[in-house]
Design a protein around this ligand. Sequence first.
Ligand code: MN
Ligand code: MN
Length: 449
Amino acid sequence: MNTNLIQNYKSFLDAGKTERECVSALVSWAEKEGFKDIYKTEKLCAGDKVYVQKMNKAIALFVVGSESMEKGMNILGAHIDSPRLDVKQNPVYEKDFIVYLNTHYYGGIKKYQWVTLPLAIHGVVCKKDGTSINVCIGESDEDPVFCISDILPHLAQKQMKESAADFISGESLDLILGSGIPSKNDEAEDDKKDKITAKKLILNLLKEKYGIEEDDLGSSELEIVPAGKARDLGFDRSLILAYGQDDRSCAYTSARALIESSANTKRTNCCLCVDKEEIGSVGATGMGSHFFENAVAEVIARLPEGYSDLALRRCLANCNMLSSDVNAAYDPMNGDLFDKANASFLGGGIVFNKYTGSRGKSGASDANPEFIARLRGLLDGAGVKYQMAELGKVDQGGGGTIAYLAAKYGMNVLDAGVSVLSMHAPWEITSREDIEQAYNAYKAFLTLE
Ligand code: MN
Ligand code: MN
Protein backbone atom coordinates (compact mmCIF):
# COMPACT_ATOMS: atom_id res chain seq x y z
CA MET A 1 0.00 0.00 0.00
CA ASN A 2 1.34 3.39 -1.02
CA THR A 3 1.00 5.23 2.31
CA ASN A 4 2.66 8.38 0.98
CA LEU A 5 0.01 8.61 -1.76
CA ILE A 6 -2.87 8.29 0.72
CA GLN A 7 -1.31 10.72 3.20
CA ASN A 8 -0.76 13.31 0.49
CA TYR A 9 -4.22 12.72 -0.89
CA LYS A 10 -5.78 13.49 2.48
CA SER A 11 -3.63 16.61 2.85
CA PHE A 12 -4.72 17.73 -0.61
CA LEU A 13 -8.38 17.35 0.41
CA ASP A 14 -7.76 19.34 3.61
CA ALA A 15 -5.97 22.14 1.74
CA GLY A 16 -8.45 22.25 -1.16
CA LYS A 17 -12.06 22.50 -0.08
CA THR A 18 -12.94 25.02 -2.82
CA GLU A 19 -12.00 25.20 -6.49
CA ARG A 20 -9.83 28.27 -5.76
CA GLU A 21 -7.95 26.45 -2.99
CA CYS A 22 -7.43 23.47 -5.32
CA VAL A 23 -6.04 25.66 -8.13
CA SER A 24 -3.68 27.44 -5.77
CA ALA A 25 -2.50 24.09 -4.30
CA LEU A 26 -2.00 22.68 -7.81
CA VAL A 27 -0.06 25.77 -8.96
CA SER A 28 2.38 25.67 -6.05
CA TRP A 29 2.81 21.88 -6.33
CA ALA A 30 3.39 22.07 -10.11
CA GLU A 31 5.80 25.02 -9.82
CA LYS A 32 7.87 23.06 -7.30
CA GLU A 33 8.13 20.32 -9.93
CA GLY A 34 9.29 22.67 -12.68
CA PHE A 35 6.02 23.76 -14.31
CA LYS A 36 5.88 27.36 -15.56
CA ASP A 37 3.01 29.76 -16.10
CA ILE A 38 2.43 29.74 -19.87
CA TYR A 39 1.94 33.50 -19.94
CA LYS A 40 5.53 33.91 -18.69
CA THR A 41 6.81 31.55 -21.40
CA GLU A 42 7.51 32.61 -25.00
CA LYS A 43 8.60 29.35 -26.62
CA LEU A 44 7.97 25.71 -25.85
CA CYS A 45 9.68 22.51 -26.93
CA ALA A 46 9.53 18.78 -26.10
CA GLY A 47 9.91 18.09 -22.39
CA ASP A 48 8.67 21.52 -21.26
CA LYS A 49 6.10 21.71 -18.49
CA VAL A 50 3.55 24.53 -18.35
CA TYR A 51 0.19 25.38 -16.84
CA VAL A 52 -2.67 27.67 -17.86
CA GLN A 53 -5.12 28.81 -15.20
CA LYS A 54 -8.39 30.70 -15.51
CA MET A 55 -9.81 33.05 -12.86
CA ASN A 56 -8.11 30.97 -10.14
CA LYS A 57 -10.83 28.33 -10.57
CA ALA A 58 -9.74 26.12 -13.46
CA ILE A 59 -6.32 24.89 -14.54
CA ALA A 60 -4.73 22.85 -17.33
CA LEU A 61 -1.24 21.39 -16.88
CA PHE A 62 0.79 20.22 -19.88
CA VAL A 63 3.96 18.17 -20.39
CA VAL A 64 5.01 18.73 -24.00
CA GLY A 65 5.75 15.56 -25.98
CA SER A 66 8.16 15.03 -28.87
CA GLU A 67 5.66 14.49 -31.69
CA SER A 68 3.47 17.10 -33.36
CA MET A 69 0.50 18.33 -31.34
CA GLU A 70 -1.63 17.52 -34.40
CA LYS A 71 -1.32 13.86 -33.41
CA GLY A 72 -3.30 14.69 -30.27
CA MET A 73 -2.69 14.54 -26.53
CA ASN A 74 -3.44 12.19 -23.64
CA ILE A 75 -5.75 14.09 -21.31
CA LEU A 76 -6.84 13.40 -17.74
CA GLY A 77 -9.86 15.65 -17.10
CA ALA A 78 -11.35 16.07 -13.63
CA HIS A 79 -13.44 18.70 -11.86
CA ILE A 80 -12.56 20.51 -8.64
CA ASP A 81 -15.91 21.99 -7.60
CA SER A 82 -18.00 20.03 -5.08
CA PRO A 83 -21.54 20.34 -3.74
CA ARG A 84 -21.76 22.90 -0.91
CA LEU A 85 -23.65 25.97 0.30
CA ASP A 86 -22.73 29.30 -1.28
CA VAL A 87 -23.18 32.58 0.62
CA LYS A 88 -25.66 35.07 -0.86
CA GLN A 89 -24.58 38.64 -1.70
CA ASN A 90 -26.66 40.31 1.08
CA PRO A 91 -26.21 37.52 3.59
CA VAL A 92 -26.05 38.78 7.18
CA TYR A 93 -29.29 39.20 9.11
CA GLU A 94 -30.53 38.98 12.68
CA LYS A 95 -33.72 37.23 13.72
CA ASP A 96 -34.85 37.20 17.35
CA PHE A 97 -31.32 37.62 18.79
CA ILE A 98 -29.59 35.10 16.51
CA VAL A 99 -27.37 36.32 13.67
CA TYR A 100 -27.53 34.28 10.46
CA LEU A 101 -25.64 33.98 7.19
CA ASN A 102 -28.00 33.43 4.26
CA THR A 103 -26.95 30.75 1.76
CA HIS A 104 -27.92 29.27 -1.61
CA TYR A 105 -27.01 25.62 -2.13
CA TYR A 106 -24.69 24.62 -5.01
CA GLY A 107 -25.01 21.28 -6.80
CA GLY A 108 -27.15 18.28 -6.00
CA ILE A 109 -27.41 17.98 -2.24
CA LYS A 110 -29.81 16.28 0.16
CA LYS A 111 -30.56 19.41 2.17
CA TYR A 112 -31.29 17.59 5.41
CA GLN A 113 -27.68 16.29 5.51
CA TRP A 114 -26.30 19.80 6.07
CA VAL A 115 -27.94 20.64 9.41
CA THR A 116 -26.37 20.18 12.89
CA LEU A 117 -22.83 19.71 11.51
CA PRO A 118 -19.79 21.88 12.25
CA LEU A 119 -19.30 24.01 9.15
CA ALA A 120 -16.47 26.25 7.91
CA ILE A 121 -16.44 29.35 5.69
CA HIS A 122 -13.93 29.35 2.82
CA GLY A 123 -13.52 31.81 -0.02
CA VAL A 124 -12.63 35.26 -1.08
CA VAL A 125 -13.95 38.76 -0.43
CA CYS A 126 -12.99 41.33 -3.08
CA LYS A 127 -12.69 44.99 -2.08
CA LYS A 128 -13.36 48.01 -4.27
CA ASP A 129 -9.66 48.97 -4.08
CA GLY A 130 -8.78 45.80 -6.04
CA THR A 131 -7.49 43.81 -3.08
CA SER A 132 -8.88 40.41 -2.11
CA ILE A 133 -9.16 38.87 1.31
CA ASN A 134 -8.83 35.09 1.52
CA VAL A 135 -11.17 33.63 4.09
CA CYS A 136 -10.84 30.24 5.82
CA ILE A 137 -12.60 30.11 9.19
CA GLY A 138 -13.46 26.91 11.02
CA GLU A 139 -10.57 24.61 10.14
CA SER A 140 -7.90 25.28 12.76
CA ASP A 141 -8.41 24.14 16.38
CA GLU A 142 -8.57 27.75 17.63
CA ASP A 143 -11.19 28.79 15.07
CA PRO A 144 -14.89 28.95 15.84
CA VAL A 145 -17.14 26.84 13.62
CA PHE A 146 -20.64 27.53 12.30
CA CYS A 147 -23.82 25.47 12.21
CA ILE A 148 -27.34 25.21 10.81
CA SER A 149 -29.88 24.27 13.48
CA ASP A 150 -32.75 21.79 13.16
CA ILE A 151 -36.05 21.24 14.97
CA LEU A 152 -35.87 19.14 18.15
CA PRO A 153 -37.68 15.77 17.79
CA HIS A 154 -40.09 16.79 20.55
CA LEU A 155 -41.58 19.46 18.29
CA ALA A 156 -41.02 17.78 14.93
CA GLN A 157 -44.38 16.04 14.45
CA LYS A 158 -45.26 18.16 11.42
CA GLN A 159 -41.72 18.13 9.99
CA MET A 160 -41.44 14.33 10.19
CA LYS A 161 -44.53 13.94 7.99
CA GLU A 162 -43.09 15.99 5.13
CA SER A 163 -41.07 14.47 2.27
CA ALA A 164 -37.29 14.40 2.68
CA ALA A 165 -36.94 16.86 -0.21
CA ASP A 166 -39.05 19.41 1.63
CA PHE A 167 -38.59 19.13 5.36
CA ILE A 168 -35.46 21.26 5.23
CA SER A 169 -36.08 24.05 2.72
CA GLY A 170 -33.29 25.63 0.71
CA GLU A 171 -34.12 29.00 2.21
CA SER A 172 -33.79 27.69 5.76
CA LEU A 173 -30.20 26.50 5.23
CA ASP A 174 -28.78 29.55 7.00
CA LEU A 175 -25.72 29.46 9.19
CA ILE A 176 -25.62 30.68 12.78
CA LEU A 177 -22.89 33.34 13.02
CA GLY A 178 -23.52 34.51 16.57
CA SER A 179 -26.12 35.48 19.12
CA GLY A 180 -27.29 38.44 21.16
CA ILE A 181 -28.69 38.57 24.66
CA PRO A 182 -32.41 39.23 24.90
CA SER A 183 -33.24 41.88 27.50
CA LYS A 184 -36.47 42.33 29.45
CA ASN A 185 -37.06 45.88 28.24
CA ASP A 186 -36.30 44.93 24.72
CA GLU A 187 -39.11 46.88 23.16
CA ALA A 188 -37.98 50.05 24.88
CA GLU A 189 -34.42 49.24 23.76
CA ASP A 190 -35.55 48.90 20.16
CA ASP A 191 -36.46 52.56 20.10
CA LYS A 192 -32.90 53.60 20.90
CA LYS A 193 -31.19 54.60 17.71
CA ASP A 194 -27.67 53.62 18.80
CA LYS A 195 -28.66 50.20 20.10
CA ILE A 196 -25.80 47.73 19.59
CA THR A 197 -27.46 44.75 17.99
CA ALA A 198 -25.98 41.28 17.75
CA LYS A 199 -25.71 41.78 13.99
CA LYS A 200 -23.70 44.97 14.51
CA LEU A 201 -21.36 43.12 16.89
CA ILE A 202 -20.76 40.37 14.33
CA LEU A 203 -20.14 42.92 11.57
CA ASN A 204 -17.72 44.79 13.84
CA LEU A 205 -15.82 41.55 14.43
CA LEU A 206 -15.62 40.92 10.68
CA LYS A 207 -14.23 44.41 10.19
CA GLU A 208 -11.71 44.22 13.03
CA LYS A 209 -10.44 40.70 12.35
CA TYR A 210 -10.64 40.51 8.56
CA GLY A 211 -11.06 44.09 7.31
CA ILE A 212 -14.41 43.12 5.73
CA GLU A 213 -17.30 45.61 5.60
CA GLU A 214 -20.87 44.40 5.12
CA ASP A 215 -21.04 45.89 1.60
CA ASP A 216 -17.89 43.98 0.60
CA LEU A 217 -19.88 40.74 0.86
CA GLY A 218 -21.62 41.86 -2.33
CA SER A 219 -18.38 41.06 -4.15
CA SER A 220 -17.50 37.87 -2.31
CA GLU A 221 -17.40 34.21 -3.23
CA LEU A 222 -17.78 32.40 0.08
CA GLU A 223 -18.48 28.69 0.33
CA ILE A 224 -19.81 26.79 3.33
CA VAL A 225 -18.22 23.36 3.65
CA PRO A 226 -18.02 20.73 6.41
CA ALA A 227 -15.37 21.71 8.99
CA GLY A 228 -12.65 19.18 9.69
CA LYS A 229 -10.06 16.97 8.10
CA ALA A 230 -10.10 13.85 5.96
CA ARG A 231 -10.03 10.77 8.21
CA ASP A 232 -9.30 7.05 7.96
CA LEU A 233 -12.55 5.11 8.26
CA GLY A 234 -12.87 1.68 9.89
CA PHE A 235 -10.70 -0.39 12.27
CA ASP A 236 -8.73 -1.64 9.26
CA ARG A 237 -8.43 1.94 7.93
CA SER A 238 -9.35 0.61 4.48
CA LEU A 239 -11.67 3.54 3.74
CA ILE A 240 -11.38 7.34 3.70
CA LEU A 241 -14.06 9.68 5.02
CA ALA A 242 -13.75 13.22 3.66
CA TYR A 243 -15.54 16.16 2.10
CA GLY A 244 -15.25 16.78 -1.64
CA GLN A 245 -14.01 13.39 -2.85
CA ASP A 246 -16.32 13.94 -5.84
CA ASP A 247 -14.24 14.82 -7.70
CA ARG A 248 -11.03 15.61 -5.90
CA SER A 249 -10.23 11.91 -5.55
CA CYS A 250 -9.83 11.89 -9.33
CA ALA A 251 -8.38 15.41 -9.57
CA TYR A 252 -5.60 14.59 -7.09
CA THR A 253 -4.65 11.24 -8.62
CA SER A 254 -4.82 12.70 -12.16
CA ALA A 255 -2.70 15.72 -11.23
CA ARG A 256 -0.17 13.54 -9.43
CA ALA A 257 0.09 11.15 -12.39
CA LEU A 258 0.71 14.11 -14.74
CA ILE A 259 3.12 16.00 -12.48
CA GLU A 260 5.19 12.84 -11.91
CA SER A 261 4.98 11.71 -15.55
CA SER A 262 8.02 11.38 -17.77
CA ALA A 263 9.03 14.45 -19.77
CA ASN A 264 10.16 12.15 -22.61
CA THR A 265 6.87 10.94 -24.05
CA LYS A 266 5.89 11.12 -27.71
CA ARG A 267 2.45 12.53 -27.05
CA THR A 268 1.84 15.70 -25.10
CA ASN A 269 0.21 14.88 -21.77
CA CYS A 270 -2.34 17.07 -20.04
CA CYS A 271 -4.25 17.21 -16.78
CA LEU A 272 -7.31 19.42 -16.79
CA CYS A 273 -9.13 20.45 -13.60
CA VAL A 274 -12.30 22.42 -14.28
CA ASP A 275 -14.97 24.15 -12.25
CA LYS A 276 -18.82 24.17 -12.32
CA GLU A 277 -19.29 20.47 -13.23
CA GLU A 278 -21.80 20.09 -10.43
CA ILE A 279 -24.07 22.73 -11.96
CA GLY A 280 -23.77 21.73 -15.61
CA SER A 281 -20.21 22.76 -16.61
CA VAL A 282 -21.39 26.33 -17.24
CA GLY A 283 -19.53 29.64 -16.86
CA ALA A 284 -16.08 30.84 -17.91
CA THR A 285 -14.31 28.21 -15.79
CA GLY A 286 -16.52 25.22 -16.65
CA MET A 287 -15.89 22.58 -19.34
CA GLY A 288 -18.65 24.14 -21.46
CA SER A 289 -16.46 27.26 -21.91
CA HIS A 290 -13.61 27.82 -24.38
CA PHE A 291 -11.07 27.67 -21.54
CA PHE A 292 -9.55 24.32 -22.50
CA GLU A 293 -9.53 24.98 -26.24
CA ASN A 294 -7.87 28.36 -25.65
CA ALA A 295 -5.28 26.78 -23.35
CA VAL A 296 -4.36 24.22 -26.02
CA ALA A 297 -4.14 27.04 -28.60
CA GLU A 298 -1.70 28.90 -26.32
CA VAL A 299 0.49 25.77 -26.15
CA ILE A 300 0.47 25.21 -29.93
CA ALA A 301 1.25 28.88 -30.57
CA ARG A 302 4.47 28.55 -28.56
CA LEU A 303 5.71 25.39 -30.32
CA PRO A 304 8.01 25.41 -33.38
CA GLU A 305 5.12 24.03 -35.50
CA GLY A 306 3.17 27.22 -34.81
CA TYR A 307 -0.54 27.90 -34.47
CA SER A 308 -3.20 27.38 -37.09
CA ASP A 309 -6.90 26.77 -36.67
CA LEU A 310 -6.50 23.43 -38.44
CA ALA A 311 -3.62 22.36 -36.17
CA LEU A 312 -5.79 23.08 -33.12
CA ARG A 313 -8.78 21.18 -34.53
CA ARG A 314 -6.62 18.19 -35.51
CA CYS A 315 -4.99 18.17 -32.09
CA LEU A 316 -8.32 18.15 -30.23
CA ALA A 317 -9.88 15.55 -32.54
CA ASN A 318 -6.94 13.17 -32.08
CA CYS A 319 -6.81 13.25 -28.27
CA ASN A 320 -7.37 10.34 -25.91
CA MET A 321 -9.09 11.36 -22.73
CA LEU A 322 -10.05 9.81 -19.45
CA SER A 323 -12.86 11.84 -17.94
CA SER A 324 -11.64 11.35 -14.39
CA ASP A 325 -14.86 11.41 -12.44
CA VAL A 326 -16.34 9.34 -9.67
CA ASN A 327 -19.01 6.63 -9.86
CA ALA A 328 -21.55 5.54 -7.25
CA ALA A 329 -20.18 2.68 -5.17
CA TYR A 330 -22.48 -0.34 -4.69
CA ASP A 331 -24.27 0.18 -1.38
CA PRO A 332 -25.15 -3.10 0.43
CA MET A 333 -27.77 -1.23 2.49
CA ASN A 334 -29.54 -0.21 -0.72
CA GLY A 335 -28.56 -3.03 -3.04
CA ASP A 336 -31.87 -2.97 -4.89
CA LEU A 337 -30.88 0.35 -6.54
CA PHE A 338 -28.01 -1.34 -8.38
CA ASP A 339 -27.65 -3.95 -11.09
CA LYS A 340 -25.01 -5.89 -9.17
CA ALA A 341 -23.28 -7.28 -12.26
CA ASN A 342 -22.88 -3.73 -13.58
CA ALA A 343 -22.13 -1.91 -10.33
CA SER A 344 -18.76 -0.72 -9.02
CA PHE A 345 -17.56 -1.93 -5.64
CA LEU A 346 -15.43 -0.13 -3.07
CA GLY A 347 -11.93 -1.57 -3.40
CA GLY A 348 -12.63 -3.04 -6.85
CA GLY A 349 -10.24 -0.67 -8.62
CA ILE A 350 -10.79 2.23 -11.04
CA VAL A 351 -14.26 2.25 -12.64
CA PHE A 352 -14.79 2.48 -16.40
CA ASN A 353 -18.19 3.96 -17.23
CA LYS A 354 -18.80 3.42 -20.94
CA TYR A 355 -21.71 5.80 -20.67
CA THR A 356 -23.47 7.92 -18.04
CA GLY A 357 -26.79 9.72 -18.57
CA SER A 358 -30.28 8.80 -17.45
CA ARG A 359 -33.35 6.94 -18.79
CA GLY A 360 -32.46 5.91 -22.38
CA LYS A 361 -28.81 7.00 -21.90
CA SER A 362 -29.99 10.61 -22.31
CA GLY A 363 -27.04 13.00 -22.05
CA ALA A 364 -24.46 10.21 -22.28
CA SER A 365 -21.13 10.37 -24.06
CA ASP A 366 -20.95 6.76 -25.14
CA ALA A 367 -17.28 5.74 -25.33
CA ASN A 368 -16.05 3.77 -28.34
CA PRO A 369 -15.40 0.08 -27.68
CA GLU A 370 -12.23 0.30 -29.80
CA PHE A 371 -10.86 2.83 -27.29
CA ILE A 372 -11.99 0.77 -24.28
CA ALA A 373 -10.25 -2.28 -25.72
CA ARG A 374 -6.97 -0.37 -26.00
CA LEU A 375 -7.30 0.75 -22.38
CA ARG A 376 -8.09 -2.79 -21.21
CA GLY A 377 -4.90 -3.96 -22.90
CA LEU A 378 -2.92 -1.13 -21.36
CA LEU A 379 -4.17 -1.62 -17.80
CA ASP A 380 -3.92 -5.44 -17.93
CA GLY A 381 -0.33 -5.01 -19.10
CA ALA A 382 0.41 -2.61 -16.26
CA GLY A 383 -1.30 -4.83 -13.65
CA VAL A 384 -3.90 -2.19 -12.75
CA LYS A 385 -7.24 -3.28 -11.27
CA TYR A 386 -10.35 -1.93 -13.03
CA GLN A 387 -14.08 -2.63 -13.07
CA MET A 388 -16.78 -1.82 -15.64
CA ALA A 389 -19.95 -0.33 -14.27
CA GLU A 390 -22.77 2.13 -14.59
CA LEU A 391 -24.23 4.40 -11.91
CA GLY A 392 -27.27 2.38 -10.83
CA LYS A 393 -30.22 0.43 -12.19
CA VAL A 394 -31.85 1.64 -15.41
CA ASP A 395 -34.64 4.14 -14.63
CA GLN A 396 -33.46 4.73 -11.05
CA GLY A 397 -31.88 8.08 -11.87
CA GLY A 398 -28.63 9.09 -13.48
CA GLY A 399 -25.89 11.64 -13.79
CA GLY A 400 -23.37 13.22 -16.12
CA THR A 401 -19.72 14.27 -16.31
CA ILE A 402 -17.57 16.50 -18.52
CA ALA A 403 -17.04 13.62 -20.99
CA TYR A 404 -19.67 14.72 -23.54
CA LEU A 405 -18.19 18.23 -23.74
CA ALA A 406 -14.72 16.91 -24.57
CA ALA A 407 -16.23 14.39 -26.99
CA LYS A 408 -17.64 17.30 -29.04
CA TYR A 409 -14.14 17.86 -30.45
CA GLY A 410 -14.14 14.33 -31.82
CA MET A 411 -11.70 12.84 -29.34
CA ASN A 412 -11.90 9.45 -27.64
CA VAL A 413 -13.26 9.88 -24.11
CA LEU A 414 -14.02 7.35 -21.42
CA ASP A 415 -15.28 8.07 -17.91
CA ALA A 416 -12.82 6.50 -15.48
CA GLY A 417 -12.65 7.19 -11.77
CA VAL A 418 -13.07 6.24 -8.15
CA SER A 419 -16.20 4.68 -6.54
CA VAL A 420 -17.79 6.81 -3.85
CA LEU A 421 -20.27 5.76 -1.16
CA SER A 422 -22.64 8.52 0.07
CA MET A 423 -21.69 10.64 -2.94
CA HIS A 424 -22.57 14.37 -2.57
CA ALA A 425 -23.01 13.97 1.21
CA PRO A 426 -21.01 16.34 3.44
CA TRP A 427 -18.71 13.39 4.22
CA GLU A 428 -18.12 10.97 1.36
CA ILE A 429 -16.52 7.51 1.54
CA THR A 430 -13.88 6.07 -0.79
CA SER A 431 -11.51 3.11 -0.56
CA ARG A 432 -7.73 3.56 -0.24
CA GLU A 433 -7.29 0.71 -2.70
CA ASP A 434 -9.28 2.60 -5.36
CA ILE A 435 -7.31 5.82 -4.86
CA GLU A 436 -4.14 3.85 -5.48
CA GLN A 437 -5.56 1.97 -8.50
CA ALA A 438 -6.87 5.23 -10.01
CA TYR A 439 -3.43 6.77 -9.66
CA ASN A 440 -1.81 3.70 -11.26
CA ALA A 441 -4.34 3.71 -14.08
CA TYR A 442 -3.83 7.41 -14.82
CA LYS A 443 -0.05 6.93 -14.78
CA ALA A 444 -0.33 4.05 -17.26
CA PHE A 445 -2.74 6.06 -19.45
CA LEU A 446 -0.17 8.84 -19.87
CA THR A 447 2.18 6.34 -21.59
CA LEU A 448 -0.41 5.60 -24.32
CA GLU A 449 1.04 6.23 -27.79
MN1 MN B 1 -18.19 14.39 -10.32
MN1 MN C 1 -20.98 15.21 -8.50
